[in-house]
Design a protein around this ligand. Structure first.
Ligand code: PLP
Length: 394
């Protein structure tokens, strides 16, 4: 049986460049970057080079790059930092959207318990928020706006540069969770007026368990943990040199090939969207067609359960997701789809396919052939679908 991996928003396969950089590091560069002898300094040089490469992909400077254990830590750190800075000035209001990743939403829920007020902007049914909404929500007490660059379930890209400009004008810190964007669409922290940004290596063919917080020079950054002097006294713990080298190699490659990959992958995406919507009745695309991540396909099929659809597709060799990997295992429909205004019943029938440049046109054709068959088999067994059909005949 063939296997088609279409769950790249959950994680990606590593690219050979990242694997080579990591194995080279593991074989040869085992020193502690904090050690003063030459073995340690070789490792320190790997970190310096990685920091430079990553900074240059973001149009940041190396001193603005802090290595973390991934996107989740970077999100927690950025938000906690802004909250602490806000508290010093008696500012306790934060603005976000209703469809952020849980690394952001759950950090904010915790802050609400600690006395912060959080505004959750409504999301347009096509999957975006506007700079005007942000401007209208900002008050004197606002210490942070945190809005994701691109949504991990429905792939919609937010007007980040414009939102950043609003925040800049009003003097409010702006953080963006760019975990789904970096390596896939152009990210430029200066042009897009970004103060703090989170990224994660395993979403662009790098290793898991490593990421970056970008924090603009001039913003005071407080560490979350106590320990050694690594990362300029902000993030203690011996650096994961091999993973950082792998992340830099993957990011360099992804950024160099970004246009080529986006063109190819969005071609596969559009073909799947067009064909499935034209063949399957009562199917909808979640999120608008404009401003969409090149690899994101997100459907809802009425009358069926996303989980059953996934399992059937898996039997056909197709690996997708019903929403985000983080919520699978719970029976609640995705908070992202509910934020779009979809009723529970429809949100339950969701399917996310997230493609990358390793997918092929033949794979897209196979997906296009299999989805309608599986959907119709599940609908044949579904009492909900039977009811929908009866109502249609009335
Ligand atoms: C994957 C993801 C995260 C979490 O990153 P980890 O490195 O897995 O901790 C955060 N935000 C978004 C949007 C993501 O897609």
């Amino acid at each position: 049986m063939k296997t088609i991996y279409a769950d790249n928003a959950a994680t990606t396969a590593m690219c050979p460049e990242a694997i080579n950089a990591m194995t080279d590091c593991m074989n040869n560069i085992y020193g502690n970057p904090s050690s003063l002898h030459h073995i340690g300094q070789e490792a320190a040089r790997v970190l310096t080079a990685a920091r430079e490469d990553i900074a240059s992909c973001l149009n940041a400077s190396p001193a603005e790059i802090y290595f973390t254990s991934g996107g989740t830590e970077a999100d927690n750190w950025a938000i906690r930092n802004a909250a602490r800075l806000g508290k010093l000035k008696n500012k306790n209001h934060i603005i976000t959207t209703a469809f952020e990743h849980h690394a952001v939403l759950h950090t904010l829920k915790k802050l609400e318990k600690e006395g912060f007020e959080v505004t959750y902007l409504d999301v347009h049914s096509d999957g975006y928020v506007t700079p005007e909404q942000v401007a209208a929500a900002i008050k004197d007490e606002t210490c942070l706006v945190t809005i994701m660059f691109a949504n991990n379930e429905i792939g919609t890209i937010q007007p980040i540069a414009e939102i950043g400009a609003v925040c800049k004008e009003k003097g409010v810190l702006f953080h963006t969770d760019a975990v789904q964007a970096v390596g896939h669409v152009k990210v430029d922290v200066k042009e897009q007026n970004i103060d703090m940004l989170s990224l994660s290596a395993h979403k662009f063919h790098g290793p898991k368990g490593t990421g970056v917080l970008y924090c603009r020079k001039g913003i005071s950054l407080l560490g979350l943990m106590q320990g050694g002097a690594q990362e300029r006294n902000k993030r203690p713990g011996t650096e994961n040199t091999p993973a950082i080298a792998g992340m830099a190699a993957a990011m360099k490659k992804a950024c160099a090939e970004i246009d080529k990959n986006a063109e190819f992958v969005s071609g596969l995406r559009d073909k799947i969207i067009d064909e499935v919507l034209s063949v399957v009745p009562r199917a909808r695309l979640n999120g608008g067609r404009e401003n969409r991540l090149p690899g994101n396909v997100s459907f809802c099929f009425e009358g069926i359960e996303g989980e059953s659809l996934l399992l059937y597709l898996d039997l056909k060799g197709i690996c997708g997701s019903s929403g985000s990997a983080c919520t699978s295992g719970s029976l609640d429909p995705s908070h992202v789809l509910l934020a779009l205004g979809l009723p529970h019943e429809i949100a339950h029938g969701s399917l996310r396919l997230s493609l990358c440049e390793y997918n092929t046109p033949e794979e897209a054709d196979y997906i296009i052939a299999e989805i309608p068959k599986v959907v119709s088999r599940l609908r044949d067994m579904s009492p909900v679908w039977e009811r929908i059909m009866k109502e249609e005949q009335k």
